[in-house]
Design a protein around this ligand. Structure first.
Ligand code: OAD
Ligand code: ZN
Length: 247
């Protein structure tokens, strides 16, 4: 990235009061979690998108739990990176109102102390029984999850499904509605580390007001690049950290 891009980023951040961010898997690659669609991403190397398909899960939950054992271990052990910390610092040090709508299920924005995080693809922290809807905490099943065992409800024997949003399921309503509101009200919208391929989350930035500024920081190009006031095809952690040094 060029010094000019960093000074533009700093300038846009300086002017902003209300910032709405949409983050994706690229936000967490610097924490050692692979993304999905890069050349090194999960869907290019380990498995295809249908691992997160609800109908496949219904037919065969064993595949899902087996595949996700190492992913769970990686997610649970991961720590926030410079990018997550920079977003939290925009609030704590620079007094910005920052809403983070994340497609990620790793909880790293919360670990970094961002105050307002909407998980539009749900969370891995809890699980719900497919049949009797019993609701439990993943913390009580860490060992089984790490071993790749299919988790089944103690009450009725049906599989537990993690409360993440599978393809074929609706998004968590409250998180999505609150995100919409934040994107409508923001004077700066930032897209960070998402290919913008998965709807409806990918549509959130398009709800911004015509007056709002629009920044994309993403290694690869996205279909929204042409609409942005600033596009940086580089590391989120580096870009935000360098820009914050100039605030
Ligand atoms: P993708 O893997 O589709 O996109 C991640 C983007 O982040 C890519 O375009 C990368 O170029 C970029 N990237 C990676 N590391 C970066 C870094 N350090 N700095 C800047 N950019 C970086 O992931 P998502 O868009 O999050 O859904 O995927 C959306 C949804 O698809 C996920 O929430 C998941 C997946 O299937 C479900 O499981 C329902
Ligand atoms: Zn049950």
């Amino acid at each position: 990235m060029t010094p000019h891009e960093i000074s533009q980023l700093a300038e846009l951040l300086k002017e902003a009061k209300k910032i709405a961010c949409l983050t994706g898997a690229g936000m967490s690659t610097e924490s050692g979690i692979p993304d999905f669609r890069s050349s090194t991403g999960i869907y290019n190397t380990l498995t295809s998108e249908d691992i997160f398909d609800i109908n496949r899960f219904r037919r065969n939950p064993d595949d899902f739990y087996r595949f996700n054992s190492s992913f769970y271990t990686t997610l649970m052990d991961a720590q926030p990176n410079a990018g997550h910390l920079a977003l939290a610092r925009l609030e704590s040090e620079f007094g910005k109102k920052v809403v983070v709508s994340t497609q990620n299920i790793d909880g790293l924005h919360q670990k970094a102390n961002s105050s307002t995080v909407y998980e539009v693809h749900g969370t891995m922290r809890t699980l719900t029984c497919m049949k009797c809807r019993k609701h439990v905490s993943s913390d009580d099943y860490v060992q089984q999850l790490k071993e790749g065992k299919t988790l089944r409800c103690e009450a009725c024997g049906a599989p537990y499904k993690p409360d993440i949003t599978f393809f074929g399921e609706a998004l968590p309503e409250e998180a999505y509605m609150k995100s919409l509101e934040a994107f409508e009200k923001a004077d700066l919208v930032m897209v960070l580390g998402t290919s913008l391929k998965v709807y409806p989350a990918a549509a959130l930035p398009s709800y911004r007001s015509t007056l709002a500024k629009f920044i994309i920081i993403n290694r690869m190009e996205t279909d929204a690049d042409d609409d942005a006031d600033l596009v940086i095809h580089d590391s989120i952690g580096e870009a935000l950290t360098k820009a914050l040094e100039r605030l």
